[in-house]
Design a protein around this ligand. Sequence first.
Ligand SMILES: CC1=C(CCC(=O)O)c2cc3nc(cc4[nH]c(cc5[nH]c(cc1n2)c(C)c5CCC(=O)O)c(CCC(=O)O)c4C)C(CCC(=O)O)=C3C
Ligand SMILES: [Fe+2]
Length: 438
Amino acid sequence: MSEQTTGGCCGGGCCGGAPLQQQEELQAQQEQAPARRETKPAAATGVFLAEGAAVPSATPAAQAGPEHVEEPVAYDGILLSGFGGPEGQDDVIPFLRNVTRGRGIPDERLEEVSTHYRHFGGVSPINEQNRELVSALRAALDAAGIDLPIYWGNRNWAPYLDEALQEASAAGAQRLLAIPTSAYSSYSSCRQYREDWADALEATGLQGSMQIDKVRQFFNHPGFLAPFVDGVRAAVAEAHDAGLADAEIEVLFATHSIPTADAERSGAPDLHEWGEGGGYAAQHLAAAEWVMEQSAPEVAWQLVYQSRSGPPSQPWLEPDINDAIEALRTDGAGARKAVVIVPLGFVSDHMEVMWDLDEEAIETATEAGLWVRRTPTPGIDPQYVGALVDLVQERLEGRPVAERKAVTSIHTWYDVCRPGCCENPRLGFRPAIAGLQP
Ligand SMILES: CC1=C(CCC(=O)O)c2cc3nc(cc4[nH]c(cc5[nH]c(cc1n2)c(C)c5CCC(=O)O)c(CCC(=O)O)c4C)C(CCC(=O)O)=C3C
Ligand SMILES: [Fe+2]
């Protein structure tokens, strides 16, 4: 089976890449990007934003290629797709098996992670949060005059994607627009969703009779980033109230670590030279840079990683948040007294946030004698819910790419993924929806 294609183009066979003009613009961006990155080495401290970081507020290179759909599509429903999480002690092990099937995650790591869930009665808050998100999204869609039903299905725990597709099909739906609860590009945060949607079509026998498209990855949608801006602003104000000066504060943007091999293939690597950490890191850096500009431009920041899980021999993105916190007292300026932790990689307060940040990272900071705050995730913040409505609206309208809402130095993202984008050769090729063919 080959990848389905959507949109008015050839499906990639005839184009083989972006139009020349687009490629030139992208290249111009690439030439700027590394220069900016060099001013903020991963483990260094200091105010990184000062060095000529002219971040455009609109989207450069907002030009349509075959990976953009600029024609209206009459969708029959929205497929909200979450990660899924256990809802009781008996669910914990079967859930972890679902997540790590074929992934080579060591048993010790699984045992350790199971204790995080056990600590909370075996219940991840993620499902409840997605129920709340469904309600909030329903209300916001209604207010916007969009009467499409929302079908909710998860990748790794009930309600599963298969059930959501069956429900949609029973209601007569043939074209769904999928929203993943994940904003960035990587195997785990984009392609694996696309593969699991393809699997669900196959498993339900709907392959060929139901079309699933997806909204673009939304790391640079202003409504997704707004809750982080509010959070940093509030935490920095609180630190000031506690007598701390800007130079004593450091903001750590935390996201899920992934294998460096996955990172290198993330985010249309055939069109972009992203540098270390691939599109995944570049998107986070761009988002963090914009959030700081809007909230606390004088405060130092860096991007850090959490929740590493592979075998020690396998390189994953670094620095780990705990190492970075410990280094705040000793490295560089060595004068930090406060740390603000921003869960930039996550849309809601699930286990990675509640355990790895709120338990572990906070403890590391407290032991280092630092004043510490963790800012909120988007959750059901109306600005974030509004962003999801906007992502649906732009596809219903076929809104021209140049008119879409996107901030940061990276242009509005692709509606249809580039061939091979976010692939994971370790796991072999699996069919995926919403991608161009090689
Ligand atoms: C990039 C990324 C996101 C963000 C994008 C998105 O949100 O989708 C994310 C989210 C999440 N990850 C979650 C849970 C887990 N992730 C694991 C394992 C892994 N995650 C990875 C990456 C990511 N993960 C990777 C590369 C692995 C290694 C195994 C593999 O290659 O797949 C494991 C196995 C045990 C462990 O090793 O930790 C668990 C239990 C939950 C649910 C939490 C809850 O229940 O509240 C959520 C939202
Ligand atoms: Fe994960």
